[in-house]
Design a protein around this ligand. Sequence first.
Ligand code: ATP
Length: 221
Amino acid sequence: MRIGLFGGTFNPVHTGHLRAALEVREAFALDEIHLIPSAIPPHKDPGGIAPARQRLAMVRAAAEDQEGFVVSDVELQRRGPSYSVDTVAEYRRSLPQDGRLFLIIGGDAFKEIHTWKSYRRLFEQVAFIVMVRPGGQPQATAAVMEEIGHCLHRHVDAGYRLQAQRPRFVHDSLQPVAVTEVTRLQISATRIRSLIAAGRSIRYLVPDTVMDYIRRQGLYR
Ligand code: ATP
């Protein structure tokens, strides 16, 4: 059982998130991708964030038709800020013996990983999948790999090394960090919120089920 953990504020969830999740699921042959809305995102300004139960409902509406997408409310069940290290620990406790966990994270967020709570422990506990934009040219990809390698050496451990022929960093005792190119649609939750506030349509940026939910609940006006 291979399970990917894809967390986010999802304020709201949009087609960019869903497409990225689907591509990662295929590329890494994951049985399930768990979409995990954060209850209280530690790194975001709380102003303008819809209540967690509404963000959860939107992720549920978005994921209902997609095989292999599972929506998790683990972070809503805890009190206080939603730290990945706690979520991973919780998943590890209930993981079957043959289970493998992968923490999916955007390349930009990965560069800030040293600001996350107990981030070193994450590298002991879970394999990473870092999503980067398609480079187009091989040099672009090489530059991204270099940046990620630099970040690992500087903030985590100098023992990480690039595996031959694969965009993956390995370590003798810590967990591997794979890098994968995913389509990054030019969609952001911030832009969606401002379109709604301006009274404009968000159709095709989010699934219709999410658009209907936002309209019915009067969110982001
Ligand atoms: P905001 O605009 O409010 O900052 P966001 O959509 O960028 O929202 P999150 O909901 O927290 O932020 O994103 C969750 C994860 O999805 C992050 O790992 C982020 O890198 C990734 N992500 C966000 N937008 C896209 C996109 N258009 N394509 C692929 N991945 C994305």
